[in-house]
Design a protein around this ligand. Structure first.
Ligand SMILES: Nc1ncnc2c1ncn2[C@@H]1O[C@H](COP(=O)(O)OP(=O)(O)OP(=O)(O)O)[C@@H](O)[C@H]1O
Length: 349
């Protein structure tokens, strides 16, 4: 069986005695794109730097394609790891032309070969005509594509991307992201994409790894993390959710918003939080469901997102409607919640 492109085994990194990366173990398969996601400061960039060799681990081991590159008695320098890196600020050399930036990592090739590879990469990222320009003569999106061409030109086994789209506006970022991922797949590299944005993580990765305070808390397909988050924090991270208190009574969960199917791991009498997400909440006709006062309303193009306060609950519930709606803040609407598929977590765990 082929060795994983990247393997981390109990990798730990300390700064000032604090574990910023705390015994993280994971594999990235060959040609796999893994999104690494988590709140600011949870250790994502440090983990990427450990893979690239910009940081040395204090414990554990890093292997690339089956070769240990960092471990108790091994340390392979970054430039010998066959790893490409794209930073948030692109880190292009301002005094070099675009073509020379892309040729930077191709020192082993003849001038002719390097020029051919650079031309090919610039064509692939749609910047064929830009070789003689300098980075300051390019837009942010174009600079990002030069950084991509530069990182991919040496044909790295693994590409590491640290928030590469966050300096671009949303629409451009999405376009550049789609192209970038397509090119990575075309060239057959494995990739780790760091982002703090759950939507980007889920849209980009074959799998998603969620970090929290230096630890890996969950890894799986985007659908797994979204549908079956392992914790309340994970549930809330991937889609804003409102906790609704409940209790298991006679085999089901009773809440202010109705009954839900009880998870096996909760005993009768056990307290739970039902994590409600907007798509699970529907507006209903007066007389049905539960009364809820409209306390917030934002237009989202194809419809609205509502914030609805239900008597007896601490936090307002989110709901969505499609189409136009003339409801006003203060109106009393009616909601019901799908009885199945709810995210239910025991309280106190
Ligand atoms: N060289 C360093 N010396 C001391 N502390 C550091 C160093 N580099 C990072 N840290 C700390 O380690 C923690 C994790 O930082 P890291 O940059 O890996 O987080 P991150 O998840 O990438 O955050 P962000 O999304 O904000 O970039 C932070 O608390 C940071 O302050």
């Amino acid at each position: 069986m082929q060795a994983p492109a990247v393997r981390l085994e109990a990798v730990t990194k300390l700064f000032d005695g604090r574990a910023v990366v705390d015994e993280v173990s994971l594999d990235v398969a060959s040609r796999e794109i893994l999104s690494l996601v988590g709140a600011s400061g949870c250790g994502k960039s440090t983990l990427l730097r450990l893979v690239s060799g910009l940081e040395r681990p204090d414990g554990g081991a890093v292997s690339l394609a089956g070769e240990v590159v960092a471990g108790p008695s091994v340390f392979v320098e970054p430039e010998r790891r066959g790893v490409g890196f794209i930073f948030q600020d692109y880190a292009l050399f301002p005094h070099l032309t675009v073509a020379r930036n892309v040729r930077y990592g191709l020192q082993g090739l003849s001038a002719r070969e390097a020029a051919d590879v650079a031309d090919d990469m610039l064509e692939r990222v749609g910047l064929k005509e830009f070789g003689q320009r300098y980075p300051h003569m390019l837009s942010g999106g174009e600079q990002q594509r030069v950084a991509l061409a530069r990182a991919l030109a040496p044909k790295p086994r693994v590409l590491l991307l640290d928030e590469p789209f966050s300096n671009l506006d949303r629409r451009l970022g999405e376009t550049v992201r789609t192209r970038t991922l397509a090119l990575i797949r075309e060239l057959g590299a494995a990739a780790i994409l760091v982002t703090h944005d759950p939507q980007e993580a889920m849209a980009s990765g074959d799998r998603v790894a969620l970090m929290r305070r230096g630890r890996l808390v969950q890894i799986g397909r985007p659908e797994d993390l979204y549908d079956r988050p392992a914790s309340r924090e994970a549930a809330d991270f991937f889609a804003a959710a409102t906790p609704v208190p409940g209790r298991r009574v006679d085999g089901h969960i009773e809440t202010r918003l109705g009954r839900f199917r009880a998870p096996d791991r909760v005993a009768d009498g056990g307290e739970v939080a039902v994590y409600l997400r907007a798509p699970h909440v529907a507006l209903t006709a007066p007389g049905e469901g539960v009364e809820a006062r409209l306390v917030g309303m934002s237009f989202v193009g194809d419809g609205y997102e509502f914030l609805l306060q239900v008597d007896g609950l601490d936090e307002p519930i989110r709901a969505r409607s499609v189409g136009r709606n003339d409801a006003k803040i203060g109106d009393v609407l009616h909601i019901c919640v799908r009885p199945d598929d709810q995210l239910i977590f025991p309280v106190g765990l």
